[in-house]
Design a protein around this ligand. Structure first.
Ligand code: GLN
Length: 201
């Protein structure tokens, strides 16, 4: 059985560990370079992407993670984690670094500020019924390259300039990302899709 790590520098680490444990997979926290080498897959949680990137640099895991992603490490990124997996970021902080890996342009805080956080049903490709999507200062995917599969879109009227059919979940190879927080609540189906990818890789 694979060991799935959760990047534990910042953000909602415990909720992801719990979601993975409900699926019966072995989990561990990843904070140091040697821990990067020890996992078969990784979850990059929600939180704050500029802080997470800075801490990844400080803890010496940014480049080891980039190397492993380049070599095919399966990764699920949620919210700030989606930003971390993006090759390109709009509205990022000056000099904001990412891990990269998914050929997409992500707009940070796209759905608005904290007060504009929202929840609602999201239909995700591969799942029979919608998941309850929790969006907290969430990014959306502005555009994707040819190799990227769109897994979900949402319409959110409250977003600045409107947000019809915005991309909120994607997959490229064994990299997956969601704008929303699938670790909130008891529904582990999005993590389940990721674990299926891990087992198939
Ligand atoms: N707005 C945050 C960022 O820029 C992401 C928010 C979240 O992860 N809930 O990183």
């Amino acid at each position: 059985s694979p060991t799935v790590g959760v990047l534990a520098l910042q953000g909602d680490v415990r909720e992801h560990l719990a979601a993975l444990e409900r699926l019966g997979v072995a989990t561990t926290r990843v904070r140091r370079p040697e821990e990067v080498d020890a996992v078969d897959a990784l979850v990059v949680p929600g939180g704050e992407s500029t802080t997470m990137a800075k801490l990844a640099r400080t803890f010496g895991v940014l480049d080891p993670l980039r190397k492993r992603i380049g070599a095919g490490l399966p990764v699920l990124g949620t919210c700030a984690g989606m930003i971390m997996l993006a090759d390109r970021v709009l509205d990022g902080a000056a000099g904001q670094e990412t891990l990269g890996g998914i050929d997409m342009t992500v707009r940070r805080n796209a759905f608005g500020r904290q007060v504009d956080s929202f929840e609602g049903p999201v239909e995700v490709a591969g799942l029979d019924t919608p998941v309850h999507g929790v969006f907290i200062r969430a990014p959306w995917v502005e555009s994707v390259g040819d190799g990227v599969e769109v897994l979900a879109r949402v319409d959110h009227d409250g977003a600045p300039g409107g947000a019809a059919g915005r991309i909120v979940a994607v997959r490229q190879g064994c990299l997956m990302a969601t704008s929303f927080h699938p670790e909130v609540g008891e529904d582990s189906r999005v993590h389940g899709l990721f674990v299926d990818l891990v087992r198939g890789s």
